[in-house]
Write a protein that binds this ligand. Structure first.
Ligand code: UDP
Length: 239
């Protein structure tokens, strides 16, 4: 049932780096990042405490060079640095539209941003600042899904919103299979058993253990973030 009351007070938004590419094949599209910043602003003005985890796939993913013979751990550190670049780009776009932000990195780099300090991040959220968590877990052999689930728990968020280019979880890839059906809701166990690849299994398991829902929606449609937050429009809930 659509409603207009906030269902959640504090949430984490996980975006894949690819969201920032727009229609390009690589990098950051300024028009896209500005539009995403406007959508985030709407959610902040609605009174939600928001933190963000952004991937790095639009710039670099460790597995891609590891597959060509590079040391996996080294390649993953490069991937983590890509997430810092995206975090800074998003910080710039958000501050341009008047949203206060802090970037905290799991790999300390004081000249660029704050180190990750849980209690300080909580204080930023209380003050209405958007906290962007960069550099994943600071450890290789992960993607940004698991840090997104971990920070959701650490920050005491009511839900993890996963903003993608698709409007929910489907039985098959809807871009390749026109008969694919969207799920309204799924259990964590179904996602794992059906190997639906919404997020890494370690992230799904962490969300399950903390009994926190995941909302999968399209962040490519303008204005959709707030709409979905209000329980309107199209999305899939995993709980
Ligand atoms: N990464 C890592 N540890 C982490 C988070 C990320 O090693 O805790 C590296 C890994 O190489 C990953 C890359 O950073 O592929 C970029 O993150 P991700 O693949 O999640 O980006 P997305 O697909 O969400 O754009």
């Amino acid at each position: 049932m659509p409603d207009t009351q906030p269902r959640y007070k504090k949430i984490l938004l996980k975006m894949s780096g690819e969201v920032l590419m727009g229609d390009a094949l690589f990098g950051i599209d300024t028009k896209t990042i500005e539009a995403v910043a406007e959508d985030i602003k709407e959610v902040i003005e609605y009174g939600i405490e928001l933190c963000l985890v952004i991937g790095g796939g639009n710039i670099f993913r460790g597995v891609s060079l590891a597959g060509k013979g590079m040391d996996r751990a080294n390649a993953d550190y490069m991937g983590m640095l890509a997430t810092v670049m995206n975090a800074l780009a998003l910080q710039g776009a958000l501050e341009k539209v008047g949203v206060y932000t802090r970037v905290q990195s799991a790999i300390p780099m004081e000249a660029v941003c704050e180190p990750y300090i849980r209690r300080r991040a909580l204080r930023h959220l209380e003050k209405g600042r958007v906290v962007i968590f960069a550099a994943g877990l600071g450890a290789p052999f992960f993607t940004t899904d698991t840090p997104a689930a971990l920070r959701t728990a650490e920050m005491g968020c009511d839900a993890l919103f996963k903003g993608t280019s698709v409007d929910g979880v489907y039985t098959a890839d809807p871009k390749k299979d026109p008969s694919a059906q969207r799920y309204e809701s799924l259990s964590y166990q179904e996602v794992l058993a059906k190997d639906l690849r919404v997020m890494d299994a370690s992230a799904i398991a962490l969300m399950r253990d903390n009994k926190t829902p995941i909302v999968v929606f399209s962040i490519r449609e303008r204005g959709n973030f707030l709409k979905v937050l209000k329980g309107q429009g199209v999305f899939t809930t995993i709980a």
